[in-house]
Every structure is written in C-alpha cells, then in structure tokens.
Ligand binder design. Structure first.
Ligand code: ACO
Length: 702
C-alpha cells in the first residue's frame, strides 16, 4: 500500500472536532463525508456530545474501537499537538490538518512538532492550513468545500485552499472532471512531489494539475515530474521578478523567478499554464484525449474565419498546420461543395450539415497522415450544434481510433454551449474559441514529446575538469574576505572546467605588462584588477587594441592613474594583460543559484538583445549539450546564430559546450557560487569556437 493511501484514499475517517454547531468547519466536514456517501466508517470525535449528525460520536480518538486510516483535524491550533499524539497512539496514519495558525503565521515550531509526532508513528501530514482533501473514487469529501467535484480524471493539487473552494463548483459548470482535489496548505510534510508521485500511480487519474505558489524542494519537485509518466499542468502564481533587481551580476538581474520556474517545470516535463483558464483548458484535453504523436493537425470547419484563426493559433502555439498532401485533399474534397477547401483548414463551408462533418471526420481519423483533429463549428441555421457534437462522438466511436486526439471548437450561443456539454460528457474536450482549442492541442503535443524523452536526464559529467583547483581559487578569495573573484581568478576558475577563456596574465608593473603582451601577442587589452572596482570601464580601467610596447606602457600608466582617481584607497591587484579576441557574435552565458532550484544557467545574445529585449532563457543545471543547443534555438535572436545577411552559421556546438561545462561548474561548486557571468563570449563561425572575454563570479555568503 502506498504510504499516502490513508490520506488520499482512506477506508475510514475520524473527524476530530466534529462540532455540533451547524456552519462550523468540523460540522461541515462531517456532513460532507455523509453527503458524499463515504462508504467507510465515519467517526465524529467530540468530548461534549455522544452523537453528531446521527452518527455515534466518541470523546477521543482513543475511544474508537476499530483502527482508523485518516483523521481530519478541525480543532483550534492550541489543541492540535495533543490530538496528534492521541492519533499517533491510536495508529492513525493519515493526518489531514485543516487548522490554521502554524507556519503561515510564523508558528513553525508547532508545525514541525506536528510532523515529528505523525512521522514517529509512521504517519504523514497534509496541511496544516488547508480546506481538506476530496476524492471522487473514494467518495471522500474530507473538506469544507461545498461538494465532491464533478467526477473525472484530473487530480487538482493546490497550495491555495481558496482556489479549491472556488473551483469546486466550477467543475460542474464546466464539466471539468476531477478525480481528486487536494489542498496542500503549508506543506509541512506532504508536498507537490509527494502528491505527484501518488497520483502518477493512481489508476483513476490521467492528468495532474498543479496550482503552485512556491516549491520548497526544487530537486524533489523536478524529479517527481520527470518520473510521473503522466501529463502534468503547472500554474505558478506570483510570477513577478521581485528581488531580482538586487542581484549583483548581470545574469542575476535577468533571473525573475518566473523564468526559472518556467525552465524548471519544462525540465520536469510539466506543461506550463499561463492562468487559471489555461490550466483548466489544457488539463481537460490531457485528461480526456491521447497525446498528439506527430505534428499534422487537421482543422475541419464550416467557417473560413474560425479556421484561419485556428491556423494562426496553431502556429502561435508551436503546432503550425501543414497543407494536406494531394491524395488526402482528394478524400476531403468528397465532403464539400466546389467552393470548399480541402487544403487544411478543411473548409466544408457554412451550408454543410451533419453528413459533411461525418465524412470529413471519418476521413481524418482513418488517414495515416493526420495525427490529430480539431473539429470547428460556427452555429448556423442549417445545422443544430448538438447534432454536430453527436456526429463527432459517433464517428470517433465507430472508427475505433484511440491514438489520435480530437478536440472541438464550437463558436456560438446556447446551442453551442449545450453541444459542448454533450461533447464533454463523452470525454471530448470542447472550447469556445480557436485559441483555447489549439493551445489544448499543443499541450497534447508537448505531452507526447515529454513521454518520448521519458525520465531520462542525459547530462554526462565532464571528466577533464579540475575541481580541486577551482575550490582552491575560491578558498583563497574567501580567506581574503572577498565576496567576488577577481577577473583573473574567475577566468582561471572557468578554465578549470574547460571554458575557452582569452589568454591573460596579471602584471604588477609596466615591464611585466610589456613582457606578458609580447608572450600573448599584439594587439592586447589592459584591464584594472581590483576587488574595489567592479565596473572597470566606468573607472577608466580598460584600454583596448594596444599594438606595441609603447602603447602598453602608456595604457598601464593611464589605467593606474584613472583607478586612483576613481577610488583613492582601492586595493589594486595589478593590471590584466589580455589577448584581444577577434570580433565575433556577442553572447552572454551566466548562472544564478536559485533559492528553490539551485544552480541555474542562462543564455542570451549580448548587447541590446539582453539589455533591452531581455531575450534570455534559463535551465536548471546541470544540462547536456542537447539541452544547451535547445536553449540557443529558443531565444528570439536565434537567427543571428544561424547566420544572417550572408554570414556563416556560428559555432553553436562550441557555445553549447560552454553552457554545459558552466552548468557542471556551478553544480559542483553549488555551496560556494552564487552567480556567474561569462560576458561577453565571442562566437565565431562554425568550427572556429568561441572565446570568453570577461568573467565574473560572485560567492555565496557563508
Ligand atoms: N477533540 C475533539 N473535539 C474537540 C476537542 C478535542 N480535543 N476540543 C474541542 N473539541 C470540539 C469542540 O467542543 C467543538 O465542538 P462543539 O462546537 O460541538 O462544542 C469543536 O471541536 C470545534 O472546536 P471550536 O473550539 O469550536 O473550534 P472552531 O470550530 O471555532 O475552529 C478550526 C476550529 C476551524 C480548526 C479553526 O481553529 C481554524 O483553524 N480555522 C481556519 C481553518 C482554515 O481556514 N483552514 C485553511 C483553509 S484555506 C482557506 O483559507 C480557504
């Protein structure tokens, strides 16, 4: 038996604090269990009454003669620990703690004690501060939400109890089928990962929908998502970039939590929802239909307009429509007048009735070229919306096709809404606009892609790295009381992990500078090295394109003078003599150490792309070369790397290696590194590699 079975699928339930007062939470929970027809025994616990709502009540859980799976806590916070001890003693394994007044108001101590008591006796805690749990298959409404939700196959897991209450009755209005509705509250013990793990193996659940405010353990969360093997839709609330502005590095300032969450959810094979509506729409399709195995979607429509809107939406959501091959067009042609179009969208035209839809649907379902079908309909006087809905249901049933998704878009009034209900009752997703429909189909495509990858994480650590030396560099800086590495230290650290940094040597006087310049080869760049001067150019601390010894001497002196003027007491380590890398495409690579997901790498094009357009993408580290290639492809500026205006393709493979190697560096040194920037990196044509021109590493506070 799964450890969480007593919470999510209990066979017997005690309500602790099953109040006599109508309208109180304890009373409502007891009533909900009765009204929901919970088949197992319900034990109201109340020291002041021998009977509650017609059920025999017990003064304490210890007085119940049989073993009890779950206890729903409806007593005030100051009584919870005593109750927990009694429950633990009585062998209760599922502690469903509705009571508020714990971590959410700073009372962490009692919250931890509650979990400790439950776990010591082999139990688990959900909550505290929750609405409760609802399971349709178990007929268990262990909550104070109005009713058991509309029955179906989505497990809805929400950190917010209010959202559970709000959506509960919405499920009936929308015919949004739910297997379970779970309020997680403070997540003192049972969290998203635990719930995902449970519902991944639950035969009554085909899709898991998450409403997330914050994840406590990012690694566990991502692991659970990858292993689930079931579609998961994630809606993250609170997506502002609050706090990012205070970040010390360039990458840090670009890492709004939403971008990191989005990356993490994607890596965890979760489908991102933009809002509540989007979460419901996508979950509905994922719960009801098979995944979209290929990219060939056909839209069958009686209206050109909604067909075109569907086509636009398909492209927007990453599943662009393809023109049907000639033989497929010929088959569709049979079911439309001359002025129809079989190309895709398949426009059977406004005068078409049931027969036209039936023919086109049957053709699409049978045709091997078609991977998925969108049936679009605008309400007309010549057809009844429910007749079209029934045609979809009948044809799908008759075809026996089980591996192609079918979704419907009915645009119209009451007739279409009615038809939508008919469709939903037959497990065919219905939407009232083309955008929602194609977004749902795109979610089915994404789910297919995730299932192709499975739970594989293909990052292979690089063996040719020098972790010990990297740690020694950090230790040295720490001993000197510094929070950041100097540029030469940062570059050496990067080089320890095989990043192609430009050649450089630290000179403490003019003669040394000239000698290093000769060794490196002209032209060179000089840069001030001082922990007190982070923005070198602002301090006049950089001279570029120095072509001979004389220029180096002048440059050295000027920089020293500028630095002293900028900050008289600056601790100057010297001047870095650097190879002047030839011009190339400028990109930025960096990392932040996210509070939830840990080391996370970023990629973007340099200059205005990053400064103005914030055209950057993130991944939780470590990442494989394939993942690093995908990062490059997903930024808007990707065509620049493919070569524009006659330029050759840039060395994307070399750049991917930089990203992947940096991801290992920041993972290996997770305890020490807060942020890094390799900015800029100059990327050359294919086969010619790239060069990290500047490096910054900010250390974590100890
Ligand atoms: N064992 C069993 N029953 C007990 C015990 C005990 N040790 N001690 C008291 N009781 C009984 C009481 O006698 C009472 O029954 P009665 O009304 O028949 O006398 C019953 O338990 C309830 O006790 P009250 O003191 O009346 O508690 P009340 O119902 O006012 O509040 C509650 C309890 C609901 C748990 C409250 O403390 C609380 O936390 N409320 C917030 C819940 C919440 O909002 N959760 C988050 C949801 S998410 C969202 O925000 C939507």
């Amino acid at each position: 038996m799964h450890e969480l079975e007593p919470i999510f699928n209990p066979r017997s339930i005690a309500v602790i604090g099953a109040s006599r007062r109508e309208g109180s939470i304890g009373h409502s929970v007891t009533k909900n269990l009765i009204d929901g027809k919970f088949p197992g025994p319900i034990y109201p616990i109340n020291p002041g009454s021998p009977e509650i709502l017609g059920l025999k009540a017990y003064p304490s859980i210890g007085d119940v003669p049989e073993p009890v799976d779950a206890a729903v806590y409806c007593v005030p916070a100051d009584k919870v620990l005593d109750v927990a001890r009694q429950c633990a003693k009585a062998g209760v394994k599922g502690h469903i703690v509705i009571t508020s007044g714990f971590g959410e108001v700073g009372n962490k101590k009692d919250e931890e004690e509650l979990v400790r008591i439950a776990k010591a006796s082999g139990g688990r805690v959900i909550g505290p501060n929750i609405v409760g749990t609802m399971s349709n298959p178990a007929k268990a409404n262990a909550s104070f939400a109005p009713v058991l939700p509309y029955n179906g196959q989505t497990a809805l897991i929400s950190q917010s109890g209010a959202l559970i209450i709000a959506l509960d009755t919405v499920t009936y209005v929308r015919k949004f089928g739910v297997s379970a509705m779970i309020s997680l509250g403070n997540m003192a013990d049972v969290d998203f990962a635990d719930s995902i793990e449970y519902y991944a193996q639950d035969p009554n659940t085909t899709c898991i929908a998450l409403y997330i405010e914050g994840v406590k353990n990012g690694f566990k969360f991502m692991q659970a998502g990858r292993w689930a093997g079931k579609p998961i839709v994630a809606l993250k609330a609170g997506v502002s970039a609050h706090g990012a502005a205070a970040a010390a590095s360039h990458t840090g300032s670009l890492a709004g939590s939403v971008k990191v969450y989005q990356a993490a959810c994607n890596q965890a094979h979760m489908i991102w929802a933009t809002d509540l509506e989007d979460m419901l729409n996508k979950s509905q399709a994922l719960a009801m239909q098979p995944v979209l195995k290929g990219g060939n979607v056909v839209i069958i429509t009686n209206g050109g307009g909604i067909g075109v809107l569907g086509s636009d939406a398909a492209e927007r959501h990453g599943i662009p429509l393809q023109t049907a091959p000639a033989d497929v067009q010929a088959q569709f042609r049979k079911f439309m007048p001359d002025f129809g179009s079989p190309k895709n969208p398949v426009d059977i035209t406004g005068g078409s009735g049931v027969a036209g839809y039936e023919g086109a649907i049957e053709t699409a379902l049978k045709c091997p070229w078609v991977d998925g079908v969108g049936v679009f309909y605008c309400e007309t006087a010549v057809t009844k919306a429910t007749d079209i809905a029934n045609a979809v249901i009948t044809k799908l049933k008759e075809s026996g096709v089980k591996d192609k998704p079918v979704v419907c878009c009915f645009v119209g009034g009451a007739g279409s809404v009615e038809a939508g209900k008919v469709l939903l009752e037959a497990s065919i997703p219905y939407y009232d606009c083309p955008n929602k429909t194609m977004s749902a189909l795109a979610a089915l495509r994404q789910a297919a892609r995730f299932s192709e990858v499975g739970c594989r994480v293909d990052f292979e650590p690089y063996a040719d790295v020098d972790k010990k030396r990297a740690q020694a560099i950090i230790e040295l800086a720490r001993k000197a009381g510094r929070k950041a590495l100097t540029e030469p230290e940062a570059k050496t650290l990067f080089a320890c992990y095989g990043l192609p940094v430009t050649k450089s040597s630290l000179a403490t006087n003019e003669n040394e500078a000239v000698r290093y310049a000769q060794e490196i080869g002209y032209p060179v760049v000089l840069k001030i090295v001082s922990p007190d001067i982070l923005h070198k150019s602002d301090a006049g601390g950089v001279r570029v394109n120095l072509k001979d010894a004389e220029a180096v001497r002048i440059g050295f002196r000027t920089i020293m003078e500028n630095a002293k003027r900028y900050k008289a007491d600056a601790d100057i380590h010297g001047i870095l003599v650097c190879e002047m890398a030839p011009l190339g495409s400028e990109v930025i690579v960096g990392s932040v150490n996210d509070a939830t997901f840990g080391p996370t790498v970023m990629f973007g094009l340099g200059g205005v792309f990053v400064e103005v357009m914030k055209d950057v993408t993130f991944r939780v580290a470590p990442i494989s070369i394939d993942c690093a290639m995908a990062m490059q492809q997903e930024i808007k500026g990707y065509p620049m790397l493919q070569g524009v205006r006659g330029e050759k393709r840039r060395d994307q493979e070399a750049l991917a290696a930089v990203l992947s190697r940096l991801s290992q560096l920041v993972s290996d040194l997770d305890d020490d590194i807060a942020e890094t920037d390799a900015n800029p990196i100059l990327v050359y044509e294919e086969g010619k590699g790239c060069r990290v021109v500047d490096a910054r590493v900010i250390l974590k506070r100890r």
